[in-house]
Design a binder for this molecule. Sequence first.
Ligand SMILES: [Zn+2]
Length: 229
Amino acid sequence: MNILDIRNECFFNNYESVKRKLSDISIIAVHHSAREYHIGEDYKHVIIQAATYHKNKIWGYLNSKPIYGNGLMYHYVITPDGQIYKTRNMEEVTWHANNANNKSVAIMLQGNFEIQNPTIEQLKSLEELLQKLLIDLSLDKSSVFAHGELINYGNQTACCGRMLKDDVVRFRNTGFIFDQKYIADENFKESFGYWLSKGVFSKYTDPRRQPTNQEIGEFLYRYDKLRSS
Ligand SMILES: [Zn+2]
């Protein structure tokens, strides 16, 4: 997994964040940007725009003075090409989930998943990043939530969007986004070969070789979405 570290471009050093220990973290919250992605745009530039927006936003008032941000409020960002960016130190408390900021890490996927699907590349990277963070933070998969699931903390939001939420729930239940029961199904490998021969999946794999289990899982995921839409 290749993680690009752009923390120095997403923190604007106008004041320090509240710090914590990694052992204080008990929740991984998944967000969307709520801004529609467009394939081929400059994804990194979009991250910097979001960081600037968070810096200039008035988050509240203290003694009648506005409180501005000090950088991007998400610790990791995953762009539509599947690239993972490390954008803030996990030891820094950022503002992304009401009443749960002290104890949570924020992963944001670029896109508006109320109206568009995350890309397969984004989902693959999200699965990998979640699995890595669970190890790094010594947490169980039950610690992973969509932002809008943190209702007990007072978060009332559609974030991370209805097209992504089920994937987050599946990860919490199984530790995977791509359904392992499909991946283990030998029968499906055969029908996968059929679909492959029809060119349905040619975008993702070379028809001259056997698909990998991961590709089959991705295909099924996409196939399920196609059937249900
Ligand atoms: Zn959110």
